[in-house]
Each structure stands twice: as C-alpha cells, then as structure tokens.
Design a binder for this molecule. Structure first.
Ligand code: GRG
Length: 306
C-alpha cells in the first residue's frame, strides 16, 4: 500500500482513490473500536447500526488531512475525527425521523427508526452526540489541553443552535414555501451542512497547533467546499438514482423544497459549485504540495456520485 507520505514525496503520483480508501479504512477501524458492544445492548446496537453503515467518511478524512497539513499526526486527530463522524451520524438519524424528513433509507440500509423504532432512534442519536464529546475529552493524546478544550467548543458551537440545529430549524420552517430566497437557502446550507464541514477542518488545524492566519485560510476553504457540497447534493437529488445515493432520490421535489437547481437550474448550479471549488483550492496555494490531499478532496466534492 502506498502511504500518504510517499505520495506527497512525489506529488505527481498522488492518487485520490488510493488515499480515500486508505483513510476510510483507518477511520472505519477507529470507529469500530470506539463504540464496542456493551450493555444495555439495544442502544449500542442502534448506535453501531448507523455509525458503521458505511458513508464516505468525508468529515473525519477532512479533519485528519488538515491536522497533517499543519504538521500534526493522524493519531492526534483520530478521536476528534471519530467524534465528527458520530455527530454527523446522529444528525442523519434524527433527520430521517418521521417528525423531520421521514425517510426509510440511509446509506443503502433501512433508517435507524425503521429497525429500532422511533424511541430508540432518538436515543441512539442522543447517545452518539454525547459520546462524541466524551471521546474527544478522554481519548485525545499529545495535544495541549487548551487546544482540546477549544476543539470541544468549536464543535459544540458548530452543531448547536448557531450551526447545524439552526440550519435545520430554518429548513423545516421553509418547507412548502415557494418564496424562499437565495439568501435563506444560503443560510440553511451554510448552517445545516457547512458549519460541521468547517468544524472538521478547523478542529484538525487546532489540534496541530495552527496559527490564527492558518485558521482563517482554512475556514475559507471549508466554507467554499461546504456550499459546493450542498449544491452538488441538491443536483444529485435530481439526477442520481436511489441505488447511487443509498437514500430516497427526488426528496426535495417531493417535499416542495426550494433548492439551488430549482432557483438557478442544473447548469448554473454546477458552474457555481465548480467556481466555489476553484476558490477553495486557490485558498490553499500558500501551503504548496502539502495541500494536495485537501485540494483533491475539494475536487472530489464536485465529482462525486453520491
Ligand atoms: C445537531 C443536535 C443536532 C440535531 C440534529 C436533524 C438535524 C438536527 C440536522 C440535520 C442535519 C443534516 C442531516 C444535514 C444534511 C447534511 C448532509 C448533506 C448529509 C449527507 O452527508 P454525506 O453525503 O453522507 O457526507 P455520508 O452518508 O456519505 O456520510
């Protein structure tokens, strides 16, 4: 197996597919070890059912890549990377509940509440959310305590009412409204999707001891890829099949949601996403070849099929 270090020693040979497979494998192993089966069995099974159901693992990979870019090691960031995937999975479980998006499929499997019931699905989400913070606080090694504390604060803010929860609230309140403006859509997605992606990058950088200038540059990169990610998500909801997505396709149209393609059309939406990715990539020029993984990850966001 070619390692990231070897690939970066010869940047012209960097292969994103190999890199993603390798990083994904390491994240999967760390997640499996982070949440072993315990008592009461039902809740651990429900947590593991969704957490270990696959997924691109983009958030932990972004965190690991940013930590390494700033000079840290993957080991320093792995507990936080796992925690990011735990909170992301939690948001998917709750998003799929009948009271929210009411979906039957996620990551190619029945949704958590379809298997464990709504009561357990709510609790599995709650358990993943709280366990994530426990995992960062107790498992992070070789990082200064004030940096760990800052990471906990950044993640809590990104996921709470000023971030993901806030975005979800405005999203729910906009459902069925045909007069949603592009500004409201922008608010929804920068909070519901973008805030957590930004936290992944910023937390990875903090753990490695980034300067405030680094954090600003990297936050800009993350904001651009976050919005591009959501535009592509809206496009895929129209153009991809349920098999490709692993979840129900065409949900936005069905729920009469205003989306980027519904406001701009597919062609302009794709152009906007490409432009955001180009800006994200340019904001990393400062780091030279060391930024190749993060630049390649940005390109993957517009090229992805699910
Ligand atoms: C945050 C406390 C708290 C509660 C949750 C339900 C909810 C509030 C928020 C919804 C957040 C949500 C589901 C946003 C959508 C983000 C998104 C585009 C998810 C899909 O991410 P991918 O494509 O999925 O990376 P995989 O399965 O590959 O990980």
């Amino acid at each position: 197996m070619v390692t990231t270090d070897e690939q970066l020693a010869h940047p012209q040979t960097f292969d994103l597919k190999t890199y993603l497979n390798q990083q994904k494998g390491e994240v999967e192993a760390a997640l499996e070890a982070a949440v072993p089966l315990a008592e009461p069995a039902t809740i651990y099974e429900a947590m593991r059912y969704s957490l270990l159901a696959g997924g691109k693992r983009l958030r932990p990979i972004l965190c690991l890549a940013t930590c390494e870019l700033i000079g840290g090691t993957a080991a320093m960031a792995m507990p936080t990377a796992c925690a990011l995937e735990m909170v992301h999975t939690m948001s998917l479980i709750h998003d799929d509940l009948p009271a929210m998006d009411n979906d039957d499929y996620r990551r190619g499997k029945l949704t958590n509440h379809k298997v464990y019931g709504e009561d357990m699905a709510v609790l599995a989400g709650d358990a993943l959310l709280t366990y994530a913070f426990e995992w960062i606080a107790t498992q992070t090694e070789n990082v200064l305590p004030q940096q760990v504390l800052r990471v906990i604060g950044v993640l809590a803010r990104a996921f709470g009412p000023a971030g993901v929860v806030g975005g979800q609230v405005v999203d729910l309140e906009s459902e069925g409204k045909t007069d949603t403006t592009v500004e409201t859509l922008h608010y929804i997605h920068t909070h519901k999707t973008g805030a957590l992606l930004e936290a992944c990058v910023v937390c990875g950088a903090i753990l490695a001891g980034a300067t405030e200038d680094d954090l600003q540059r990297l936050a800009k990169y993350a904001q651009n890829i976050g919005l591009a990610f959501q535009i592509i998500d809206d496009i895929l909801d129209i153009t991809a099949t349920q098999e490709e997505l692993g979840k129900t396709a065409g949900k936005d149209l069905q729920a009469q949601k205003v989306t980027y393609p519904s406001l701009w059309g597919l062609e302009k939406s794709k152009q906007e996403a490409d432009q955001l990715i180009a800006e994200a990539i340019a904001s990393l020029d400062h780091y030279g070849d060391k930024a190749i993984p993060l630049k390649a990850l940005a390109q993957y966001i517009t090229a992805r099929k699910n």
